[in-house]
Design a protein around this ligand. Structure first.
Ligand SMILES: [Zn+2]
Length: 197
């Protein structure tokens, strides 16, 4: 893989690792915790319709009332509950982000996939910098890997859908980029995880 691609992919993996290691807010048992309203977007690639799904906290569907941050995602993808911690933490710390709109990498990828891969990845990387600099306005992309969401229940397809992509269910990037991302993500989590001793 080209060195510039290695650098940007590694940086995105590092950002996801640090985001995943944020400390979740303390929520008393039975209390309503923070919510992120999900705005599903019909997928122009596979045709998945934007039908709402049942959600569990911290996700909320269109029925959630009140001022909340919004995460737009493709109807054919899913992200983990822990992956929205940067949104939850940012909404706690910065009032201007409490009703901000965020989007997954898969949606940002749709906007930039026509570029050369290096430029596309640089654009996504720039759109994630709000995580460490909330004043950054190049975009509000969630630094999180994504998995395919389908109604399939057959084990082979379910197992296939568990395999994440760092960009999108439909990203066409070299396998070595996915492999490099996964390796860098694991290494960053091991390096930065809280110690018990
Ligand atoms: Zn799709």
């Amino acid at each position: 893989m080209r060195p510039d691609l290695t650098t940007v992919v590694g940086g995105m993996a590092q950002r996801e690792a640090l985001a995943a290691l944020l400390t979740p807010p303390l929520v008393e048992t039975g209390a309503a915790g923070p919510r992120v309203r999900v705005d599903l977007v019909a997928c122009p690639t596979c045709g998945a319709p934007a039908d709402d799904r049942p959600w569990t906290p911290p996700f909320g569907g269109t029925f959630e009332h009140g001022p909340l941050p919004v995460l737009s995602m493709l109807a054919c993808e899913t992200v983990t509950a822990r992956s929205v911690l940067p949104i939850v933490v940012a909404a706690e710390r910065f009032p201007e982000l409490r009703t901000a709109r965020f989007q997954t990498r898969a949606l940002t990828w749709l906007e930039v996939a026509h570029l050369h891969l290096d430029k596309a990845l640089e654009a996504i990387d720039a759109a994630e910098r709000w995580v460490t600099d909330p004043a950054e306005t190049d975009g509000r992309t969630l630094p999180a890997s994504t998995r395919r969401h389908t109604a399939a229940v057959a084990w082979p397809s379910y197992r296939r859908d568990l395999v994440p992509s760092f960009l999108s269910p439909h990203a066409s990037v070299p396998d070595e980029a996915e492999g490099h991302y996964a390796a860098e993500l694991r290494a960053a989590i091991l390096t930065n995880r809280p110690r018990q001793d």
